[in-house]
Design a protein around this ligand. Structure first.
Ligand code: UD1
Length: 420
């Protein structure tokens, strides 16, 4: 099992460029299945999840080639509708191919994605939406088959603004007859980026980024050339690493408007932030934090992103005061609290709520990354601890961060990643 080895206690200084967004590129890669034309995607991070999605597309008959930070996707040969079981197990986001396959081939099959480290993560909203579009869904112990020779535009009300369901349904609806309205849609920037990619392919979509998305179906979509938006969670991770470790770091290619809430919290706690236009920010850690108790509630965009909750918790451990974190998106996403306690952190937590007693001293140790963002949180905590901390199960962190150890090291951190 690979591990990150962090010798903490160094301040971070310098400049880091933020990569393209994992959560934008994965559905966009899946959407490439909707066309026979050439697709070029730019600023695609070199991360495990992108490699798995490339394997999924290849298994379905597409050709995916990487040159530098770009991907060329040729989906002319796509003729298979079943995602191989091993790939499905490796990455839940494989479900994104269901919408496009339904639109392109009239059928899609997956094995059950099942639970994961942060909760059950059902796909009922995806399937109910496909049914509303006229598809037949059959499920058995082995998996799910969705079939529809021809999709029909429909009114769909999501009972929760699920990011994945909004994206999957948008991708199916672009090939349906007539208009589809998705109400209570997710408003995340990655949904907007997917809509922009689909529009470049010739789709007609209105309202992405608002709670009501309207999609007018087309019989044919063409290829497209698209640059993926910067990864807001990577931006938050670096910003919180600086805020927790000390120093001054400039984040470039960071769309600051995509992180509502974060900058205000940092300022309230004494950090300073200086924005250049809308795509760079300089974060400076104070010599002393403002002694304030903070309450954070995660929620759908523009709420506080659940994907930065673990990193924020690690930062709050440095700030004197009793802080409250309520995880409202996933039912079991506070597992990192127990790992942080192994480093001496004072945190009480159940599955949804944590009290963080900040300002205490932590000590080095060995902890396990349970999932991608939990792992990032553990690295942030370790950066502030003099001595050597080991974070095992590094592969889950590499699912979503490209060269994290090297990039932190260029800022002055002492971090290495040892492969298994
Ligand atoms: C996406 C992101 C993930 C992020 C999450 C919330 C990608 C690849 N992943 O995941 O990093 O943490 O958004 O911002 O973009 N739900 C249902 N039924 C469904 C679908 C979802 O009950 O059919 C529930 C989930 O269990 C969860 C909540 O809705 O409690 C949010 O899930 P959702 O927004 O769908 O997240 P993902 O798209 O899986």
């Amino acid at each position: 099992m690979g591990e990150f080895v962090v010798r903490g206690g160094h301040r971070l200084d310098g400049t880091v460029r933020i990569n393209g967004a994992k959560n934008a590129v994965l559905p966009i890669m899946a959407a490439s299945l909707l066309t026979d034309g050439p697709v070029i995607l730019r600023d695609v991070p070199r991360i495990r999840d992108v490699a798995v999605m490339a394997d999924v597309l290849t298994a379905l008959g597409a050709i995916v080639e990487r040159t530098g930070q770009s991907l060329a996707i040729d989906a002319r040969g796509v003729d298979r509708f079943q995602v191989p079981e091993l790939l499905m197990q490796e990455m839940r986001a494989s479900i994104f191919v269901m919408g496009p396959l339904l639109g392109r081939l009239g059928r899609a099959a997956i094995v059950q994605p099942g639970g994961c480290a942060i909760g059950d993560r059902p796909i009922n909203l995806h399937l109910a939406g496909f049914q509303a579009l006229g598809a037949e869904v059959s499920e058995d112990a082995g998996g799910t088959l969705v079939v529809s020779p021809r999709l029909q535009g429909a009114e769909i009300h999501l009972s929760y603004p699920s990011v994945g369901a909004t994206e999957n349904l948008m991708m199916a609806a672009v090939m349906a007859d007539g208009e589809t309205r998705i109400r209570n849609a997710a408003m995340e920037p990655e949904v907007v980026d997917l809509a922009q990619f689909l529009e470049r392919m010739g789709a007609r979509i209105r309202g992405a980024g608002t709670p009501e998305i309207r999609v007018r179906g087309s019989a044919h979509l063409s290829g497209a050339d698209h640059t993926v938006i910067p990864d807001r969670i990577e931006s938050a991770t670096f910003a919180l690493a600086v805020a927790a470790s000390g120093g001054t770091v400039r984040l470039e290619n960071c769309l600051v408007d995509h992180l509502p809430g974060l900058w205000e919290y940092l300022r309230v706690l004494g950090c300073s932030t200086r924005f250049d236009d809308n795509d760079a920010v300089q974060v400076e850690c104070p010599s002393e934090y403002a002694p304030r108790a903070i309450s954070v509630y995660t929620g759908p965009y523009p709420g506080f992103a659940t994907d930065m909750q673990a990193q924020f918790m690690a930062f709050l451990l440095k700030v004197p005061g009793v802080h409250y974190i309520s995880e409202r998106v996933f039912e079991n996403r506070l597992g990192h609290a127990a790992e942080l306690r192994r480093l001496g952190a004072r945190i009480t937590a159940d599955q949804r709520v944590a009290m963080v007693y900040g300002g205490g001293l932590l000590h080095p140790g060995t902890v396990r990354a349970q999932d991608l963002r939990a792992g990032a949180g553990l690295i942030i905590a370790a950066l502030g601890i003099p001595g050597v901390t080991h974070i095992t199960n590094s592969a889950v962190i590499e699912r979503g961060y490209e060269n994290l150890a090297e990039r932190l090291a260029t800022l002055g951190a002492d971090v290495t990643c040892r492969e298994a």
